[in-house]
Design a binder for this molecule. Structure first.
Ligand code: GUN
Length: 287
């Protein structure tokens, strides 16, 4: 039976430490890290995520603001809002919750966020920096997964890692962070042939495909470490991961639960990156 990775517990410890650092920062430098989250429309999952982000930011002593805009918001209005916070020195992190409504040009919006405040790490400058080995802002979900693997002392060097899902938010940056730690990485997706077989080569299997209970024990090598990024609802409305937890937990060595695994770590990394952005704002870049 696998050991369960307690993402929630680890996130709680890290956020408590961060709250102390925030208090020190206020006392020493007189500044409070500020995070603004912009939510467009009324996607129910996004509303839950945004509320959790706000709650955690406040608990850690951050200045926290949430901007809620209607579904009908235009690109122009949203870009103006982003620009307002680019200029507002009280805020060190700006996060535009994804997905945006269909009619909004997502790339244009992500490009408008000042790279110094892009705590999601989605701006092309930050993505490019990550891929060229100069990481500054890293997408929070993969960053949180790396933290968990480190905390649970999962060896990565020379190991085989398989990532399922190639999104900009999770799969692509995840592959890169694993490569940086000298894992051998296969990045797979919905069109990959013989997916169960490929996944069975993995010492570390990261699943972010967005399909409830997609990964069964046929995808998993006995003793593998399994990280489940999925957040899906089953037909009864229950939150389920991309991995069929009960059967996979029987053969994995370590596994993340849903909820209580990856999700809380994502928020922790968001707060840590906002704190770091606030620290960097104290010593502006040299020209
Ligand atoms: N939607 C799902 N995950 C994320 C995330 O990490 N950041 C943002 N901005 N939107 C998301």
């Amino acid at each position: 039976m696998a050991q369960i990775i307690d993402g929630k517990g680890l996130a709680g410890k890290l956020q408590a430490n961060l709250a102390k650092s925030v208090a020190d920062m206020k006392e020493t430098y007189g500044i409070t890290p500020g995070l603004v989250v912009i939510l467009v429309g009324d996607n129910p999952a996004s509303q839950v995520y945004v509320r959790n982000k706000e709650r955690s930011a406040l608990a850690a002593g951050f200045l926290s603001e949430t901007v809620r805009l209607p579904e009908s918001t235009t690109d122009e209005t949203l870009l103006k809002e982003v620009e307002k916070y680019n200029q507002d020195d009280r805020f060190h992190g700006i996060l535009v919750q994804l997905p945006l409504p269909e009619h909004i040009d997502e790339q244009k919006v992500l490009l408008a966020i000042s790279p110094e405040k892009d705590v999601d790490g989605f701006h092309p400058t930050n993505m490019g920096n990550l891929w060229s080995g100069n990481r500054v802002m890293v997408p929070c979900t993969p960053a949180g997964i790396m933290k968990m693997l480190e905390f649970y002392q999962v060896p990565l060097e020379g190991k085989t890692a398989v990532v399922v899902g190639r999104s900009n938010i999770v799969g692509k940056p995840m592959a890169h962070l694993l490569i940086e730690q000298n894992a051998t990485v296969t990045l797979t997706h919905s069109k990959t042939q013989h997916l169960p077989e490929v996944c069975r080569t993995a010492d570390i299997l990261v699943v972010a495909i967005g399909r409830g209970h997609f990964v069964t024990k046929e995808f998993v090598k006995p003793g593998a470490v399994v990280i489940d990024v999925g957040m899906n609802r089953d037909e009864t409305g229950k939150l389920i991961g991309d991995v069929k937890f009960d059967e996979v937990a029987e053969i994995a060595s370590l596994i993340t639960p849903v909820p209580g695994g990856v999700g809380p770590m994502t928020i922790t990394m968001l707060l840590e990156q906002t704190y770091e952005a606030a620290m960097r704002s104290l010593s502006p870049k040299e020209e």
